[in-house]
Design a protein around this ligand. Sequence first.
Ligand code: G
Ligand code: MN
Length: 263
Amino acid sequence: MFQPPLRAPAGAPPTGVPSTSGQGGRTDLSRVVRRALSGDRLRLAYQPVVTAEARPEVALYEGFIRILDELGREISANGFVAAVEDSPLGREIDCASLRLGITALRLNSNLRLSINLSARSIGNTAWRNLLEEGAQRVGHRLLLEVSESSLSVRPEQVGRLMQEMRPMGVRFALDDFGSGSIALLQLREFGFHQAKIDRSLVGGIDQSSDHQAVAGALISVAHQFGIDVVAEGVETEEEADHMRALGADYLQGYLFGRPKIRL
Ligand code: G
Ligand code: MN
């Protein structure tokens, strides 16, 4: 079984995000992030993506960036990433995430890993250098996830990156598929390898014929284009069964495993 390279101290439960409310909330979060960067307290948490068979097997992992507080406890990423996304610190987090992912791939020759790409980092020289250097060694086991919203904001930059990285074997997934920002033809035009159906469609799909209709249509379009489909955010057996019946190729979500720093 694959072992990620960097470990969190054992037995440390996740903690909440420092407050973002009130004056100085953003500053507090920036300080937490800056200290974590300088103190080597950023980690990837790995969540399995499994085959949609009756006996699921892990096909790859998605890496989510996490920070540890001074006591080694995990802090949920959503708050701090959103708070610094537009600033230079956001680029540093993206670089750290990519560096950790590439290191994990280099140390584990069986590992396939997907990393979330922020469109804002595509033009960043440090990030780009890291990607090119890493892709030469482990590009064929790396998948980069581009969200629908990122694609709609910077389509030319994303398209160019995809073209330039493809010869090195790097593949691309469209994240949050079905959340609403793109035209379906773009799936084909950009040459995505994988489409990840948004959690908002998958959650409770067993109880909504509307969600079933939309997810079924998205899967059908992706398959017509020769693109694999992952259902994100699968939390119950009922959701998994429905996504299997609709033809999803892979399933991901708490039902199969939460993101973990240590596997
Ligand atoms: O945008 P993206 O799909 O990469 O976001 C993934 C986020 O969803 C991560 O923060 C991850 O921890 C979270 N996540 C992963 N699986 C599940 C799940 O089954 N349910 C919910 N609610 N969140 C999930
Ligand atoms: Mn993702």
